[in-house]
Design a protein around this ligand. Structure first.
Ligand code: NAP
Ligand code: MG
Length: 417
């Protein structure tokens, strides 16, 4: 076996809950640690430890992520009333993802994992479509009102000095109706735009942004203006050097173009568009277990995870001592994403090469017909062997050992040359 490679600087590791915590341990033991001596800063975000530390561990993990620039996170339970009972919690702790996202001022991008035998529903899609959702404001932080009868709705703006600087009638109601008001912030849109450009550069894909500025001549127009301004002043040269483009079109045109595209695009979406379109794109690419998720800060700090949750139902089966066929792909790709980013930032080519090789080993395993149950339902041609999570990880491990060991001499001579 070739000697273990070492990461130069640490990756922040956040452990999690239930079935994904089980898979997490196997992934490290079977796929990562035999080949890579990963310098880690470990934070246990399992629900018991969050409760024990009054959730301080989540804040510490987010701070460490800002310090080291790269993190990998397992899925975690967001407690509700039922979980408070189940785990005897002190409180209904906030979602760890919400805490970390706020501290990183980050944007979440979802990116599917593609294999040749799981065809996207949209036949032209051959490359991933990465959806980035602006997770601030708009309808998610709106004010809504139901008018019971006739009356007038005005919107008023009072400046910091207490002066009314704008008053406008939205509508004069003759009978019952509904109204809503919403807002966004320049600072939040700027951060969103920067995160999108950073991640497009990292993934080497074009970036598309669609809004409705023909109708929304101030609100959506502001999004457009900020994107174009950040592009012009900060990213045009960098994108051009990488041969990449930024495209602004109306949202309806963007949707139509996406459907006819071959993929390989980062699609920056306003909040509601991102909510809706990320689910459409995910469904079209197949299984939730094949969707990765990356949180990117405006300065390029990245936290990698799977888009799915802790797979609670499978965990119940596991606890009864029965094997489950839970798909570990998105969790594996969270690790490879983090290792690749670490390697790129540290200029350690062998770490990047390992990440690429592990992804190849995992994809080739599925393409050889060995897969978990969720994929067997989607695969053409049909699966050769439907296996448990552990069997599937063992199969990937065998492929990895072969690919990584054979790759070694080639890379060594390439490096010395
Ligand atoms: P989930 O974990 O996403 O699983 C929902 C269903 O999707 C599963 O029952 C399973 O369907 C399928 N599935 C998801 N991942 C799979 C995988 N890797 N392999 C095979 N099938 C997979 O959602 P949940 O069970 O409703 O939520 C459990 C917990 O996760 C909740 O406490 C929630 O707070 C948390 N959560 C965390 C995150 C995060 O940390 N990022 C995100 C979402 C949810 P079948 O049962 O049909 O096989
Ligand atoms: Mg949604």
């Amino acid at each position: 076996m070739r000697p273990r490679i070492v990461t130069r600087r640490p990756v922040v590791e956040m452990d999690g809950d239930e079935m994904t915590r089980v898979l997490w341990k196997w992934i490290k033991e079977k796929l990562i640690f035999p080949h890579v001596d990963v310098q880690r800063e470990y934070y246990d975000l399992g629900l018991e430890n969050r409760d024990r530390t009054d959730d301080a561990v989540t804040v510490e993990a987010a701070r460490a992520t800002l310090r080291h620039g790269v993190a990998v996170k397992c899925a975690t339970i967001t407690p509700n009333a039922q979980r408070v009972q189940e785990y005897g919690l002190k409180r209904e702790w906030k979602s760890p993802n919400a805490t970390i996202r706020a501290m990183l001022d980050g944007t979440v991008f979802r990116c599917p994992i593609l294999t040749a035998n799981i065809r996207p529903v949209v036949a032209t899609w051959r490359k991933p479509i990465i959806v980035g959702r602006h997770a601030y404001g708009d309808v998610y932080a709106n004010f809504e009102y139901r008018a019971e009868g006739p009356g007038r709705a005005d919107v008023v703006f009072i400046n910091a000095q207490g002066q009314e600087v704008m008053r406008q009638t939205i509508h004069t109601f003759d009978g019952p109706g509904i109204l809503q008001a919403m807002h966004n912030l320049d600072a939040s849109i700027v951060s969103f735009a920067r995160s999108c450009f950073e991640y497009a550069l990292d993934r080497r894909v074009d970036i598309w942004f669609g809004a409705k500025d023909t109708i929304s001549k101030t609100y959506d127009a502001r999004f457009r203006a900020i994107f174009e301004d950040i592009y012009r002043t900060e990213y045009r040269a960098k994108l051009a050097a990488a041969g990449l483009h930024f495209v602004y079109t109306l949202i309806d045109d963007t949707v139509a173009r996406i459907m006819r595209s071959e993929g390989g695009i980062l699609w920056a979406c306003k909040n509601y568009d991102g909510d809706v379109m990320s689910d459409m794109v995910a469904a079209a690419f197949g299984s939730l277990a094949m969707m990765t998720s990356v949180l990117v800060s405006p300065t390029g700090v990245m936290e990698f995870e799977a888009a799915h949750g802790t797979v609670q139902k499978h965990y119940a089966t596991y606890r009864r001592g029965e094997p489950t066929s839970t798909n570990p792909m998105a969790l594996i790709f969270a690790w490879t994403g983090a290792l690749r980013r670490r390697g790129q930032l540290d200029a350690t080519e062998d770490v990047v090469a390992f990440a690429d090789t592990l992804e190849r080993a995992a994809i080739e395993t599925i393409e050889s017909g060995i897969m978990t149950g969720d994929l067997a339902r989607l695969a053409t041609p049909s699966a050769v062997r439907v296996c448990s999570s552990e069997e599937f990880l063992n199969a990937i491990s065998e492929n990895l050992n072969r690919l990584w060991t054979c790759a070694a001499p080639i890379r060594r001579s390439a490096l010395s040359g």
